[in-house]
Design a protein around this ligand. Structure first.
Ligand code: SF4
Ligand code: SF4
Length: 355
């Protein structure tokens, strides 16, 4: 039975919560699919309350739901009316089209019908109704956070990220700005860690989630791809790959890692495995607000890359040669380790007459 929803903004004492997750933005559902691979924690851990301290969670995501049609939409409609039986986290997947630019009828994207009109209910309308009532609003993936591929130059839909749509001053019922977890798709554990923080905060067990200026969790996006890359040693020695079969640094074949905030080179993609440049994929900056336009054309050397690699080429080959010499020496055992009749280790007896 439904009763008035709590709009308490303190975050203390929430012991039951809904996650209303729409992927009806302009998206490929890739973030939902990605999150099914999470393990730190997994969706199952959260829904089954295997993690101590979190509220009881009711997940509503169309790809993962058993319900369809009106049954699936019921909690969304209740929340829009302020009649859901517990607070909710609103998760938005996909970029937000601009429904104000149509000449006549029509819409870009919708989720279900509006019972009042019988017409499709646009994502914009859902956002207008749900975002201010949500305890927290989380944008998942680069499309929802910053617009992503659908929002690149020349697009016909005028689409944008959720903060572009709601405005910088937006605050949820829990007093939070939109929380952005970018990635194309999102790294699964990045999203689940963020969600876990929000759930613990709602339960009164965590402080306010720390976000950077682009509203990304600071502990996830505070470092660059390059700073965690398995290939960074090659970069430092100006030892570059010139084709995609090489294990060396890929900056000359299009890697933007030195200037991109993303942690997948440190944490991998699934269970610690992967992480684009670690496994041969150039970083194309998919977590960044400027993606994709500012990183195109892909596979060309980034503009700053040629300058920094030119500087590195002055000392990199010399450092590499010197390290090669030291490495060969370190790979050789000291000469006093032999079975000959004479000790040559340089041992100095304290009492020579006793030897
Ligand atoms: S492959 Fe990319 S991220 Fe890795 S060291 Fe080279 S430039 Fe940096
Ligand atoms: S390394 Fe680059 S391309 Fe790969 S997920 Fe991170 S930002 Fe995206």
């Amino acid at each position: 039975m439904l009763c008035p929803m709590s709009t308490e903004a303190t975050g203390t004492g929430v012991d039951e919560i809904h996650i209303l997750w729409t992927s009806e933005g302009m998206s490929c559902d890739g973030d939902t699919v990605s999150v099914t691979a999470a393990s730190l924690p997994s969706i199952e851990d959260v829904v089954l309350r295997a993690v101590p301290g979190i509220p009881k969670v009711h997940l509503h995501n169309k790809v993962l739901a058993y319900e369809t049609g009106d049954d699936f939409l019921a909690p969304f409609r209740a929340a829009a009316q302020g009649e859901l039986d517990a607070p909710f986290v609103f998760v938005v997947e996909g970029s937000v089209p601009n429904e104000n630019i149509h000449d006549g009828d029509g819409f870009w994207t919708a989720m279900g019908n509006d019972p009042e009109t019988g017409k499709p209910k646009t994502l914009n309308k859902w956002i207008d109704e749900l975002a201010p009532k949500a305890w927290a609003v989380v944008a998942i993936g680069t499309c929802a956070t910053y617009g992503g591929i659908h929002a690149m130059a020349g697009n016909p839909t005028g689409c944008m990220g959720l903060v572009d749509y709601l405005g910088d001053d937006f605050r949820s019922a829990g007093g939070l700005p939109v929380i952005n977890v970018p990635g194309c798709p999102v790294q699964p554990d990045n999203f689940m860690e963020t969600l876990l923080w929000v759930l613990h905060q709602a339960a009164g067990l965590a402080p306010t989630i720390p976000l950077d200026e682009q509203l990304r969790p600071t502990w996830l996006f505070g470092k660059t791809v390059h700073e965690g890359c398995d290939r960074a040693g090659y970069y430092e020695q100006a030892d570059f790959a010139y084709d995609y079969n090489s294990p060396k640094c890929q900056v000359k074949i299009g890697c933007w890692g030195p200037v991109v905030n993303c942690n997948v080179t440190k944490r991998g993609w699934m269970d610690g495995v992967g992480g684009c440049p670690n496994v041969g994929g150039i970083c194309i900056g998919c977590t960044m607000p400027g993606f994709p336009d500012k990183f195109m054309p892909f596979m060309d050397e980034p503009p700053g890359g040629s300058f920094s690699s030119a500087l590195l080429s002055v000392y990199g080959p010399f450092v590499r040669r010197m390290r090669g010499i030291t490495n060969r020496s370190a790979n050789t055992e000291p000469k006093w380790r032999h079975p000959g009749p004479k000790l040559t280790s340089g041992y100095q007896p304290r009492y020579p007459e006793s030897v």
